[in-house]
Design a protein around this ligand. Structure first.
Ligand SMILES: Cc1cc2nc3c(=O)[nH]c(=O)nc-3n(C[C@H](O)[C@H](O)[C@H](O)COP(=O)(O)O)c2cc1C
Length: 366
């Protein structure tokens, strides 16, 4: 069977992207760099880019994420600077009320009609939010998802109804008007890894983002998510994976790149990420996928990263699609200015050999 997938890029709005090493490729976490990356992604034919919601840099010599640009304001500028590609942002629903973001999204849709979307996160790292006074200690893990559910309900009503009166547990509106309406409902994404988080995605969003690779365990996780989405009445929920890809001229060349990153691994940074989750008062409710760094991980790249030649990467991505049923990818790479070109020119075209097509212009909007 021929399968069509969507391809996106998780863009490095924070210093060093997702490589926790003093040997990370030069990734300054500035708007100028992000703009170059996104223009390259558009030229390369990717369907969308998504920026993360970053509030805090990490301790350690790599100064990981110590410089970063804010997601929604960056989205506005990127939409203006591009013409085709989808540009999605991330917000913490515990930080911004739905009316604020609904209004911003309507405005973003004016700047890039039909091209924006939203990744909704509830926030699991205490340190990420507490240091700027944005951690809400009154809510436990599952209540944050209860809030997220009400948040989505209010935002969707503001995007579609003339006057919205809402008296909920978390939010209030009184005869609220908001125009102009967006040209389409912005696609909503979520990366909750817990049971409660996945239920939120299945019941309220268009896309569930998962980490993972082509390992049997990852493929089984995706199959379980697919079954849950069907049982929850949203069989059309798309499941996108967000793999780290490290391409090289050969498998050995790619492995050498990882060895170089690992030689400069910033263990202080990894410990700081772990501390962020450990300080979460509901730490036992945080899924193990989110706390990978607490498991004594000492590599500069995430476990399960795909490392190899373009042929190897294409084969392994194809396994995730053909055996795991992945609907799309949001790629993370070490050096966005060179690696994205390799993915676009040498990896994605090889997916056709495995019966997979991409770049057909399909979008994630309903
Ligand atoms: C691909 C991906 C992107 C994510 N982006 C962000 C982000 O931008 N900001 C953030 O605070 N958390 C982000 N997260 C974390 C998740 O939203 C979520 O908080 C975490 O996986 C914990 O899920 P859980 O609460 O269901 O256990 C991301 C996770 C993944 C897998």
């Amino acid at each position: 069977m021929n399968r069509s997938i969507e391809t996106g890029v998780f863009i490095p709005t924070g210093r060093n992207g997702w490589i926790h090493s003093v040997n990370a490729p030069d990734t300054p976490g500035t708007f100028d760099h992000v703009l170059q990356v996104v223009q390259a992604a558009e030229a390369g034919g990717f369907d969308f880019v998504l920026s993360p919601g970053i509030w805090r840099g990490r301790k350690g010599p790599a100064r990981h994420w110590m410089d970063s640009v804010e997601s929604i304001t960056t989205t506005a500028a990127l939409l203006q600077a591009t013409s085709r590609i989808g540009v999605y942002g991330t917000v913490h629903v515990t930080v911004f009320p739905p009316a604020t973001i609904a209004k911003m999204m309507s405005t973003l849709d004016q700047i890039g009609p039909g091209r924006t979307g939203l990744n909704l996160v509830t926030g699991s790292s205490y340190l990420d939010l507490a240091h700027v006074g944005l951690w809400n200690s009154e809510l436990d893990h599952d209540e944050r998802y209860d809030l997220a559910e009400e948040w989505v309900a209010v935002a969707k009503r503001l995007w579609t109804e003339d006057a919205v009166t809402h008296h909920g547990k978390f939010f209030e509106t009184a005869d609220a008007t908001m125009g102009p309406k967006p040209s389409r409902l912005p696609p909503l994404l979520n990366a909750g890894a817990s049971q409660r988080g996945f239920r939120f995605a299945a019941e309220n969003c268009d896309v569930a983002l998962v980490t993972g690779s082509d390992s049997l365990a990852s493929l089984e996780t995706v199959a379980r998510c697919r079954k849950m989405a069907e049982d929850m009445g949203n069989p059309s929920l798309k499941i996108f994976a967000a793999p780290v890809l490290v391409p090289g001229k050969s498998d050995q060349d790619a492995r050498s790149r990882v060895e170089h990153f690992d030689a400069g691994v910033d263990v202080e940074c990894l410990a700081d990420i772990a501390a962020g989750y450990e300080r979460n008062p509901n730490t036992t409710q945080v899924s193990k996928e989110s706390t990978t760094f607490t498991s004594g991980e000492t590599s500069a790249i995430s476990p399960g990263s795909l490392v190899g030649s373009p042929e190897t990467l294409a084969r392994r991505l194809a396994t995730m699609v053909n055996e795991g049923g992945i609907d799309g990818f949001m790629f993370i790479v070490p050096d966005y200015l060179t690696d994205l070109d390799v993915i676009a020119a040498e990896v994605l075209p090889r997916l056709a050999e495995h019966g997979i097509t991409c770049r057909d212009g399909a979008t994630v909007g309903r």
